[in-house]
Design a protein around this ligand. Structure first.
Ligand code: ADP
Length: 233
C-alpha cells in the first residue's frame, strides 16, 4: 500500500478544507501500522483513500503495486461501530464479503453455500461465537458484535485490512480481550493493516509501526517501528 504525495481537499474554493497535505506513506506486506494523531488530522481520510471510497485531489494511491480500485485486491474494513446489517443473522453478515467477492474470483465461484457457511462458522468459533451464528445482531453485546465485524472483515482473506477505531466504543476489558483476538486472526494470513486508534497501549500491543500525524493540514510527523512490540510467531 502506498500513498505518494497525496493531497486531499474536501469542497472547493474559500470553504475548502485541506485534509491531507502531500502525505507519503508506504506499508509493506505484513506491516501492521497504527495511525495516531489528533481528531481531524486525516486518519480516516487515509483509510478512505486506500479503500477506494475517496479520490485524492492530487498524488497517487497504490495497492499491490497498482492504482487503487483493482478488482483482485481484497480489502477488509471494520469501524468503531460494528455496522452489522440488522436483518441478517450473524453468520450471513460474516458471509457477506464472500458473496460480494464471488463474481471476481474464479476459485470461489464454484464453491457452494455450505462451504461459505463452514468458513464463517470456523471464523466465528475462533472469536468465541461458536453458538451465535444463527442469532441476529441485536441479540449480541457490543463486544460480541465487534468480534463478528472482525470476522466479516477477514472472511475473504483480505490483502489489506483497514480498521478505523474498531475498539473505540468498547470498555477497557473487552477492548484488551479483542486485541488478543485480532492478533490471533492476523497471524493466520498476515494482511497489511492500517489501524486508526487513540490508544497508545493498543498501538504498542498490535502494531509494528506507529505513524503519528498532525492536523491542519494533515501531515505525517513520525513514522517509527515499535521496538517494544511482542515477538510474533
Ligand atoms: P480524523 O480521522 O483524523 O479525525 P478525518 O480524515 O475524518 O480526520 O478529517 C480530516 C479533515 O477533513 C477534518 O478537518 C475534517 O473536518 C475534514 N473532513 C472530513 N470529511 C469531510 C467531508 N466529507 N467534508 C468536508 N470536510 C471533511
Amino acid at each position: 500500500m502506498e500513498l505518494e504525495k497525496v493531497t486531499v481537499s474536501y469542497g472547493k474554493g474559500e470553504t475548502a478544507t485541506q485534509a491531507l497535505a502531500e502525505v507519503s506513506l508506504r506499508a509493506g506486506e505484513g506491516d501492521f501500522i497504527a495511525l495516531v494523531g489528533p481528531s481531524g488530522c486525516g486518519k480516516s481520510t487515509i483509510l478512505k483513500l486506500v479503500g477506494d471510497l475517496l479520490k485524492a485531489t492530487s498524488g497517487n494511491v497504490f495497492v499491490a503495486g497498482r492504482e487503487v480500485g483493482a478488482q483482485d485486491v481484497r480489502i477488509g474494513m471494520a469501524f468503531q461501530n460494528p455496522t452489522l446489517l440488522p436483518w441478517l443473522t450473524i453468520r450471513d453478515n460474516v458471509m457477506l464479503p464472500l458473496k460480494i467477492v464471488q463474481p471476481f474470483r474464479a476459485d470461489w465461484r464454484q464453491k457452494r453455500k455450505t462451504e461459505y457457511r463452514d468458513r464463517a462458522e470456523a471464523l466465528l468459533a475462533k472469536v468465541g461465537l461458536k453458538d451465535f451464528g444463527s442469532k441476529f445482531p441485536w441479540q449480541l453485546s457490543g463486544g460480541m458484535q465487534q468480534r463478528a465485524s472482525l470476522c466479516r472483515a477477514l472472511i475473504h482473506d483480505p490483502n489489506l485490512l483497514l480498521l478505523d477505531e474498531p475498539f473505540g466504543a468498547l470498555d477497557q476489558f473487552t477492548r484488551e480481550e479483542l486485541w488478543g483476538i485480532l492478533q490471533t486472526l492476523w497471524i493466520d494470513t498476515k494482511p497489511t493493516v492500517l489501524l486508526v486508534t487513540h490508544d497508545l497501549r493498543e498501538s504498542a500491543f498490535l502494531a509494528n509501526r506507529i505513524v503519528v500525524m498532525s492536523a491542519r493540514p494533515g501531515r505525517i510527523l513520525v513514522d517509527e517501528p515499535v521496538a517494544f512490540a511482542r515477538p510474533r510467531t
